[in-house]
Design a protein around this ligand. Structure first.
Ligand SMILES: Cc1cc2nc3c(=O)[nH]c(=O)nc-3n(C[C@H](O)[C@H](O)[C@H](O)COP(=O)(O)OP(=O)(O)OC[C@H]3O[C@@H](n4cnc5c(N)ncnc54)[C@H](O)[C@@H]3O)c2cc1C
Length: 397
């Protein structure tokens, strides 16, 4: 990869920097949006309104979407630059699953009526979406899912259960996979639906995670009727529709930059925090080594991101390379959190409900919240399996 911007890329980078300097609301500058996992996603939406409207003018809520649907049609490299600059400034993201998942799926597989009904409302943010894929017995092996959809006149009738559905308690709509043919091979009997969460027969039960937050949910379907017009693409082709990606930049550059900033914050804390006149670092060479190691690892994460985006810019599809990035980045987030808690000592274990918690409980919160990162979006074991077989050419068993 050429690490230098071309003249066009440099010009685009400058335009993003100018935009951020002039338009990013002051309260977010350098601090981002304080995510605690608590509180209502709808109140977050209200807080983001002004920022969302500014992004919308540029088509940057969904920068990868074609212009005709309200996006900016940015190239992969432009998206990479934009994501990098946004992360450097800790600019909050506003798109959610509507922009990254159901929107692209509708652009490619939806009919005109579906696009008309949903795309604009994803961009304005008035409709929030959740993803109903995982089930109690089907996560890594998603194609074994058992929730059934049976055609009945102009509707499908859905029965079954989803689990770990992030944000379902606030979402207005769900995009989901359900089995429409139990006789077919497992990947070939699944269909993709859009379901109005207010439909009779839908029950949402929040699950409390180890951080004490109701982030995800169980969702039950008891004879829920979904109009056939909400089937996306053809019946029984849902598995292939569910893997739609559009030309999204998928390097995770945002999290690599975020991790570097996080380590820099830890270093600042360790330097400024004094105990009997000594900084935490003065008498602690082990901590100094550990922080240096975290910083180097954050830079490695950035290099892995560069590798992925370089492939995408050349029209290649990252395969085990994307698994390497996901695995390294998610495990690094846990190592950074552990270093933070260790550095802050016993007080580092306090959450924000204690007045003694340093940095308003951020160390402990990050420690418990990052546990999920090696499970969500494909577990570390599954990523290692992909790297072993597709990357290293090792046998499957
Ligand atoms: C924070 C969070 C948010 C989530 N949000 C959503 C959401 O919004 N919508 C949604 O549909 N899902 C969501 N999920 C679910 C997520 O996709 C699944 O948890 C994930 O796919 C793993 O599936 P599972 O939990 O069923 O674990 P399982 O697949 O049952 O895995 C159990 C264990 O077996 C290991 N294992 C499984 N298969 C293999 C294999 N082939 N080789 C080696 N080891 C293996 C796993 O690594 C794991 O350790 C979320 C999960 C988390 C943690």
């Amino acid at each position: 990869m050429d690490f230098n911007d071309t003249p066009e890329e440099a010009e685009f980078r400058q335009s993003v920097r100018t935009f951020l300097k002039e338009e990013l609301p002051e309260r977010f500058k350098g601090v981002g949006y304080p995510f605690t996992g608590r509180g209502d996603m709808r109140s977050r939406f209200e807080e983001m309104k002004e920022w969302r409207e500014k992004l919308a003018v540029k088509g940057w809520i969904a920068a990868a979407w074609p212009k005709e649907y309200g996006g900016a049609g940015l190239s992969t490299m432009q998206q990479f630059i934009m994501n990098e600059e946004m992360a450097e400034n800790r600019a909050p993201q506003v798109g959610g699953m509507g922009v990254s998942m159901i929107g692209p799926t509708l652009i490619i597989h939806g009919d005109d009526e579906q696009k008309e009904e949903h795309l604009a409302r994803i961009l304005t943010g008035e409709v929030q979406w959740c993803q109903g894929f995982s089930e109690p017995g089907s996560g890594s092996d998603l194609a074994s899912l058992q929730t059934k959809a049976v055609r009945d006149g102009d509707d499908y009738v859905i029965n079954g259960q989803k689990i770990w559905t992030s944000g379902a308690q606030y979402a207005h709509w769900m995009f989901m996979l359900a089995r429409t043919d139990s006789e077919a091979p497992k990947h070939k009997g699944i269909s993709y639906f859009m379901l109005d969460m207010k439909s009779p027969g839908v029950t949402v039960k929040p699950l409390i995670n180890m951080a004490g937050n109701a982030m995800f949910n169980e969702v039950f379907f008891d004879n829920v009727r979904v109009p056939a017009k909400n089937l996306v693409g053809e019946e029984n082709r849902g598995w292939y529709i569910g893997t739609t990606t559009l030309d999204f930049e998928r390097s995770s550059i945002g999290s690599a930059v975020g991790q570097r900033l996080q380590v820099e914050n830890l270093i600042r804390f360790a330097t400024e925090h004094r105990n009997d006149g000594q900084s935490t670092l003065d008498d602690n060479p082990t901590l100094r080594y550990e922080l240096s190691e975290r910083l180097m690892e954050a830079l490695v994460a950035k290099m892995l991101s560069y590798r992925v985006v370089t492939m995408q810019a050349k029209g290649l599809v990252p395969n085990y390379e994307a698994s390497m990035t996901k695995l390294f980045s998610s495990e690094l987030s846990q190592r950074i959190a552990r270093t933070g808690v260790k550095m802050a000592g016993l007080y580092g274990q306090l959450l924000d409900d204690s007045e003694w918690a340093p940095k308003r409980g951020r160390f402990a919160a990050s420690y418990v919240q990052t546990i999920a990162s090696t499970i969500a979006g494909g577990t570390s074991e599954v990523q290692r399996g992909i790297i072993a077989t597709r990357g290293l050419g090792l046998p499957k068993n």
